[in-house]
Design a protein around this ligand. Structure first.
Ligand SMILES: O=C(O)CCC(=O)C(=O)O
Ligand SMILES: [Fe+2]
Length: 280
């Protein structure tokens, strides 16, 4: 296993030159790993060089995502936490998706909705080019964020999410709550950041999402993974976990997903995005 995590200026210059000559970044990254570089460091350095130097490549996009089973996928068909037994309802391998029942109680869902209602604002998206947040027509819901462990109720839920996912609370962004009225949707998107916009001082790339359903929707409002042919019907208290970044820093384009328009009723969800390292 490689351990080198520093690159000389000379090596960096050689990489830039080699990329410009048309060699795929994946081939270069693999070469660095063979020379003893840490795999994640090698891949992320290549992403950064490609982004900073604006070098046109086809390498990363075409490289096949290497699937790795996250810890949550090794827990069997029931996940036990301090205070709950959570049944796995279904699994998908590509992308990695687990559909979980009974993550939140009915009372917890209701409490989360009522705590969030007064703080809702129009939702934003992460721009795929600049990496910045902006309001966009493809995302018509309203939302709000809690800060991490904002109060004892949120902290209790975050402790549970840590037990379920095995990722420490500090890897999690503040919980987001979203509300979609009839006609509202969130068009197809990836939850991971553009690979050349990852902020390593703030937890790095997003690796997984735990999406919690806070109510039953009368019609519409499914979370759809179109490349996998999977559609998750919102059910109060259930959740879906999906994982899209591997230990080499590759991201899984199969994880594209959307929230299709609510037809009747309204939809409430909470999203916990998890990053590869501590954010705080
Ligand atoms: O509301 C949904 O079903 C999807 C939400 C989502 O994709 C997100 O918050 O990133
Ligand atoms: Fe999403």
């Amino acid at each position: 296993m490689g351990t080198i995590k520093q690159m000389s200026g000379e090596l960096r210059d050689w990489i830039i030159e080699t990329l410009r000559s048309g060699v795929s970044p994946v081939v270069i990254a693999d070469g660095l790993v063979k020379k003893g570089f840490n795999p994640r460091y090698a891949y992320e350095s290549l992403f950064q060089i490609v982004g900073n130097e604006a070098i046109q490549t086809t390498g990363f996009e075409d490289a096949q995502y290497q699937y790795e089973t996250p810890e949550i996928g090794r827990k069997g068909n029931t996940i036990y936490t301090n205070d709950r037994e959570i049944k796995v309802l279904s699994k998908v391998e590509k992308p990695f998706i687990l559909h979980l029942d009974n993550v939140l109680s009915a009372e917890e869902c209701e409490q989360l909705i009522s705590l969030s209602s007064a703080r809702l604002k129009p939702s934003k998206v992460v721009d795929s080019v600049t990496g910045e947040e902006r309001v966009a027509p493809g995302r018509t819901s309203k939302g709000m964020y809690y800060s991490l462990m904002e109060n004892s109720f949120i902290a209790k839920l975050e402790k549970r999410f840590e037990e379920i996912t095995t990722y420490p609370i500090e890897h999690g962004e503040g919980l987001q709550v979203l509300n979609y009225s009839a006609g509202e949707e969130y068009k197809a998107h990836f939850d991971y950041f553009p690979t050349n916009k990852v902020d390593h001082s703030k937890g790095g790339q997003r690796i997984a999402t735990l999406l919690l359903y806070l109510n039953d929707v009368e019609e519409g409002g499914e979370t759809v993974f179109p490349k996998a042919g999977v559609s998750i019907v919102p059910k109060k208290g259930s959740a879906v976990y999906f994982h899209y970044t591997n230990s080499m820093g590759q991201v899984d384009r199969m994880s594209v997903h959307s929230s299709i328009p609510v037809i009747r009723g309204e939809k409430w969800v909470a999203t916990k995005w998890i990053r590869e390292s501590k954010i705080y």
